[in-house]
Write a protein that binds this ligand. Structure first.
Ligand SMILES: Cc1ncc(COP(=O)(O)O)c(C=O)c1O
Length: 285
C-alpha cells in the first residue's frame, strides 16, 4: 500500500511541484497509465512509444531514453513493493514564465507515480456498467487531436460529469459530426449480428493499446471486426457494447442512456474477448 514518486530520477514519498510548471498551468504535458501483472509493467514498450509520439506531436522533447524509463520504473516499483501497481508516467513542459508561450520552459520534468492499484469491482465485469451518450463532443482531430495523450483532459472531465448527472458510470462521446468516438478514458466497441465494430482513428480517438490488442485477438479468433464511422444512434441497435482500456481491460456495458443493451448483461462475444485479453496479459508477463 505504498506510493512512491520518481521525480527526474529521485525516488520520493511525496512530491510538491512548482506552480510555474506549464503542466500545471496549462495542462501542457503528456502522460501514460500503465498496469502491472505480478507487479511487472504490461506493454511498457508500447506505452513508451505512445508517450514519445504524444510528446513529439506537441513539440516536447523528452530528455531521457526508453532505457532510462525502464530502469527508473523498475527501481520505483521495487521501492514501493506493492503486489500490483498503478503506474502513471508524466512528462511536463517544465517551469517557465506565467504565459502560454512554452519557449521560456527550459527543462521538462519527468514524474513516475507508482501507487497501489484500485481495481474495478468484480460486479462491474459480472453485470456490466451503465454509460450515457453525452452532449459534450470529442475534440476534432484538427483541434487537440484525441490521439495525443496530453494532460489536458478537461473535455473528458466535462463528459464524465455529464454522465454522472445522468446516473451513468461513464460517457460515450460523438465527434462534432455526430459520429461515435470513445469513452472518457476508454475505447468503444459494439456487436451486431455477431460482428464487432469499433470507431476508426479518423473519428478522433486515442489509439488505445488495449483496443489494438483486442482487435488483434478478435481477428486471430475468427471474429469479423470492422473499424469505421457510425452515427451515435447506431449504438442503440447494438446487441453488446464494451469498453477497453489499460485499467478497465474489457469492460461490458449493460445500459445505454438507461436502456438495456441486448439482454442487459455481458454478452458472449464480450465475455470471450475479456477472457482472451486476461489470458494474453498473464501469458505476456
Ligand atoms: C481518451 C482515452 N481513450 C482510450 C483510452 C484507452 O487506452 P489504453 O487502452 O491504451 O489504456 C484511454 C486511456 O487512458 C483514454 O484516455
Amino acid at each position: 500500500m505504498t506510493t512512491k514518486i520518481n521525480f527526474n530520477g529521485e525516488i520520493l514519498d511525496h512530491l510538491s511541484i512548482s506552480v510555474f510548471d506549464h503542466g500545471f498551468l496549462f495542462g501542457d504535458s503528456v502522460y501514460e497509465v500503465v498496469s502491472t501483472f505480478k507487479n511487472q509493467p504490461c506493454f511498457l514498450n508500447k506505452h513508451l512509444d505512445r508517450l514519445y509520439a504524444s510528446a513529439k506531436a506537441i513539440s516536447l522533447k523528452v530528455p531521457r531514453d526508453k532505457e532510462w524509463f525502464q530502469r527508473e520504473l523498475k527501481n520505483t516499483l521495487s521501492a514501493a513493493g506493492n503486489d500490483e501497481s498503478y503506474i502513471r508516467i508524466i512528462v511536463t513542459r517544465g517551469v517557465g514564465e506565467v504565459n502560454i508561450d512554452p519557449s521560456s520552459c527550459e527543462q521538462p520534468n519527468i514524474i513516475l507515480m507508482v501507487m497501489d492499484v484500485t481495481e474495478y469491482p468484480k460486479s462491474c465485469y459480472e453485470k456490466g456498467i451503465q454509460v450515457a451518450l453525452v452532449s459534450i463532443k470529442r475534440n476534432p482531430r484538427d483541434s487537440l487531436n484525441p490521439n495525443i495523450k496530453t494532460g489536458n483532459y478537461l473535455n473528458n472531465v466535462l463528459a464524465k460529469m455529464e454522465a454522472n448527472k445522468l446516473g451513468a458510470q461513464d460517457a460515450i462521446m460523438v465527434n462534432p459530426w455526430g459520429y461515435l468516438t470513445e469513452g472518457t478514458t476508454s475505447n468503444l466497441f459494439f456487436v451486431r449480428e455477431g460482428h464487432i465494430f469499433t470507431p476508426s482513428l479518423e473519428c478522433g480517438i486515442l489509439s488505445g493499446i488495449t483496443r489494438e490488442m483486442v482487435i488483434q485477438l478478435a481477428k486471430e479468433n475468427g471474429f469479423h471486426i470492422e473499424e469505421g464511422k457510425w452515427p451515435g444512434e447506431e449504438l442503440f441497435k447494438a446487441e453488446e457494447i464494451f469498453l477497453t482500456g489499460t485499467l478497465k481491460k474489457v469492460m461490458p456495458v449493460s445500459h445505454l442512456d438507461g436502456r438495456l443493451v441486448g439482454a442487459g448483461k455481458p454478452g458472449p462475444i464480450t465475455q470471450k474477448l475479456r477472457r482472451l485479453y486476461d489470458d494474453l496479459i498473464s501469458e505476456k508477463a
